[in-house]
Design a protein around this ligand. Sequence first.
Ligand SMILES: Cc1cc2nc3c(=O)[nH]c(=O)nc-3n(C[C@H](O)[C@H](O)[C@H](O)COP(=O)(O)O)c2cc1C
Length: 273
Amino acid sequence: MSILSIDETLCTQDGLCAAECPVGILYLKEGQTPRAVRSAGELCIRCGHCVAVCPTGAFNLKGMAAADCPPVRKEWKLSPEAAEHFLRSRRSVRNFKDAPADKDALAELIRVASHAPSGHNSQPVSWIVVHEREKVRQLAGMVVDWMRWMLEHMEDQARAMHMDLVAASWDRGDDRVLRDAPHLVVAHAPKAFPPSAAACTLALGYLELYAPALGLGTCWAGYFTAAATYWPPLAEKLALPEGNAVFGAVMAGIPKWGYHRLPLRKKPKIEWK
Ligand SMILES: Cc1cc2nc3c(=O)[nH]c(=O)nc-3n(C[C@H](O)[C@H](O)[C@H](O)COP(=O)(O)O)c2cc1C
């Protein structure tokens, strides 16, 4: 059975689907609608570009009918100013209200984040959401255990990453690891799969950018991610599927306050060739 079905009444035979296909499995013969090569079923990466590019909605990919793919809303296109403002006004949020975020809102964040690009459209990211604040706190404590081990066995490296200060803050009741966040969202993927790292990073980037639209705030959890990689007790606690590794995590919750200015950053270093 073919991987595509064409609505012959809508197809204008413009060839855009074939020209767009990143794996080159579509072709058109003069005066005919598009067809797929015989091995298309194995080669198609299901990126949906054929459906997305068709201006008349004639192209249906198996399991991805044009009617199920929402139209691009041209009236929602951001101006350059609005796009820059959207990107620059996102902040790392480290102060959260006590009230928890709805599970539905966190699931919605992940749903949208799942539209981030991934190598070969592999979509390798899986998620863990730690929803209970007490469990987040426990995980932060395990990260501090790792820091104490690091301070004992790899002191220079640990101090360079300010682990001495973070551990001392923890002892004073100040959580500099997961910022007393109500929730933690962890992205994991197959360890040995080359696209995994970029896919998790990009998905978390999408999630972070989308969060303010739902009244949520996030902050990358770098210490947690390192500990999940290097501290076996934490890896065990997370109970990832065999062969998977954590490639990133963010704290999440309802921000305690907002921001009123766009802070400045270094000038980009560009070498034009
Ligand atoms: C990979 C990565 C790891 C980070 N880890 C932490 C962290 O463990 N704790 C923290 O408070 N902020 C962490 N941050 C947030 C950065 O400090 C923050 O992005 C930076 O200060 C710029 O602020 P902004 O995100 O509001 O622009 C991390 C950011 C990235 C990208």
